[in-house]
Design a protein around this ligand. Structure first.
Ligand SMILES: Nc1ncnc2c1ncn2[C@@H]1O[C@H](COP(=O)(O)OP(=O)(O)OP(=O)(O)O)[C@@H](O)[C@H]1O
Length: 268
């Protein structure tokens, strides 16, 4: 198993933020972490990434306890793009992405043309190759987000953790970045708010009040009942005639269905 959480909990000032979460991330899968605001997604992601020590339970990375692994060893396996990632102000886009190579450099393996190629590829993958000389603080929110992803790609991880990677992106870049992440031949864990985007994950884990309430294929987990109980919305399922894919439409709870016979409340 690539990454495993066992009975994971995080408590602050006697308030439990994450409670007793156990889950395993399978090799090569894209696992979505879903849940309403404040349900504990970012807190869980930080513990999975090894930057927040759990109050209880353990995280294991490729079978080894995360807490016992040196930072450099973790960084050679796992890259994390935080939701509100910052970077030192006077740094260029190029420098920011080059930082992704840090875990692989040493006195005996200094920077080489191969590192240049990896950084160039990462910048091109996120459509930022034209802005390499720009200073980080002059970038828009979406451009900063794409640079952070490029830094993580340059790290060449086998596990990529992304906390809401599309929240600042325009629709073209949302689709491009999610398509790129989905096509990577690596394991990805991605916290998402857009439940239609989550339909492209192999599995989704749904959090509510710090607990894991469901995990499984999105078509099985994202039922109208779950969306009512966890997300407090009424969901109906439509079929896109172009490719027969399922699209979820959301309305506030209590909104009467205009034509109840057309609303397929539950797909199962
Ligand atoms: N250091 C802290 N001290 C106090 N409360 C905290 C702390 N960190 C997180 N919390 C609280 O824990 C809860 C879960 O936070 P977290 O950021 O994990 O949620 P989330 O599911 O990622 O939310 P969102 O969808 O809004 O990003 C929130 O209510 C948050 O206010």
């Amino acid at each position: 198993m690539m990454l495993r959480a066992e009975n994971l909990g995080w408590t602050v000032r006697s308030t439990a933020i994450v409670r007793d979460i156990s889950l395993s991330v399978r090799e090569g899968e894209m696992l979505g972490i879903l849940g309403p605001n404040g349900s504990g997604k970012s807190t869980l992601m930080k513990m999975l990434a090894g930057i927040l020590a759990p109050s209880s339970g353990t995280v294991t990375l490729k079978g080894q306890p995360m807490a016992a692994l040196p930072r450099r060893s973790i960084a050679q396996i796992l890259a994390f793009v935080e939701q509100h990632a910052g970077t030192a102000e006077r740094i260029t886009v190029q420098d920011a992405v080059e930082l992704g190579r840090t875990p692989w450099l040493s006195a005996i393996e200094p920077w080489s043309p191969r590192d240049d190629a990896i950084v160039g590829r990462a910048l091109a993958d996120v459509d930022m190759a034209a802005m390499t000389k720009r200073l980080w603080h002059t970038l828009s929110g979406g451009e900063q987000q794409r640079v952070h992803l490029a830094r993580a790609l340059a790290q060449q991880p086998t596990i990529l953790l992304l906390d809401e990677p599309t929240n600042h992106l325009d629709i073209e870049h949302q689709l491009a970045i999610l398509g790129l992440v989905r096509a990577l031949p690596i394991t990805t864990v991605v916290a998402l708010h857009d439940l239609n985007q989550a339909m492209n994950c192999d599995r989704v884990a749904v959090l509510d009040g710090g607990r894991l309430v469901q995990i499984g294929p999105p078509s099985e987990v994202l039922t109208a009942q779950l969306m009512r109980e966890v997300f407090n919305v009424r969901a109906s399922f439509l079929v896109d005639p172009e490719d027969n894919s399922r699209v979820i439409r959301f309305q506030p709870l209590g909104t009467p269905a205009v034509n109840p016979t057309l609303i397929k409340e539950d797909h199962s």
